[in-house]
Design a protein around this ligand. Structure first.
Ligand SMILES: C[S@@+](CC[C@H](N)C(=O)[O-])C[C@H]1O[C@@H](n2cnc3c(N)ncnc32)[C@H](O)[C@@H]1O
Length: 207
């Protein structure tokens, strides 16, 4: 495997030395896209937020600032992501406002109806079976809870397609595929927002 491919493959489940570097890089590189997507959650007053596939933990930190009275939980199946997110958010963890857990979106370590908002930034490409994983997200949301998905590819642009070929196990989705899976998982009010100049999409749904 070439070094670039080896490096980019760390995005699927960061580990080891390269994983540490990619987590730092994603915290920085995904920030603009994540902030654009999060603007669609303005005006909400959640008490429980969960960030799924939290990576380096930068988005959990932003969610903690965005919703000062909420408790933010961050989940990732990579122990290294859990460690980095915990380190970055250690003050909020000490203050009892943040919890970081190792877990897989196929079977989340939560009882039903625990959260008002679930977010998934740049991660659903790696989830095994969208409809099944979205059903699991629906389970942990309260009625009326929101699910926000942010992808820097709408599945048809050349860059997204290129990454899909380089990164093993990655699947880029069109907005139609995401929206259909959300509806199949029981979500309603499903809508997609497009960035005005980039191929980024944000899909929002309500339980
Ligand atoms: C490309 S990174 C994105 C990280 C972060 N959300 C961001 O925007 O920078 C994808 C993350 O999703 C995690 N992930 C992928 N599949 C997962 C699954 N089935 N369950 C939990 N986490 C998963 C990976 O370990 C990785 O940290």
């Amino acid at each position: 495997m070439g070094l670039l491919k080896k490096f980019l493959n760390q995005t699927r489940k960061p580990e080891g030395f390269l994983g540490k570097i990619i987590l730092k890089g994603m915290n920085f590189g995904h920030a603009k896209g994540a902030d654009w997507a999060m603007s669609y959650l303005d005006g909400l007053t959640p008490s429980g937020v969960v960030d799924l596939g939290c990576g380096g933990g930068r988005n959990a930190a932003v969610l903690l600032r965005k919703y000062p009275s909420a408790r933010v939980t961050a989940v990732d199946y990579s122990p290294l992501s859990v460690a980095r997110t915990s380190e970055l958010n250690k003050d909020a963890i000490s203050a009892g406002r943040c919890v970081v857990l190792e877990g897989n979106v196929t079977s989340l370590p939560f009882e039903a109806a625990q959260f008002d908002i679930a977010t998934a930034f740049e991660t659903i490409y790696f989830w095994p079976g969208l409809k099944e994983c979205f059903t699991e997200v629906a389970r942990i949301l309260r009625p009326g809870g929101r699910f926000l998905i942010a992808n820097e590819t709408g599945g048809t642009d050349p860059v997204g397609r290129k990454f899909e070929k380089i990164i093993d196990g990655m699947k880029v989705y069109t907005q139609e595929e995401i929206m259909e899976a959300l509806k199949g998982a029981g979500f309603s009010k499903v809508r997609c927002e497009h960035h005005p100049s980039l191929p980024w999409i944000t899909v929002l749904a309500e339980k």
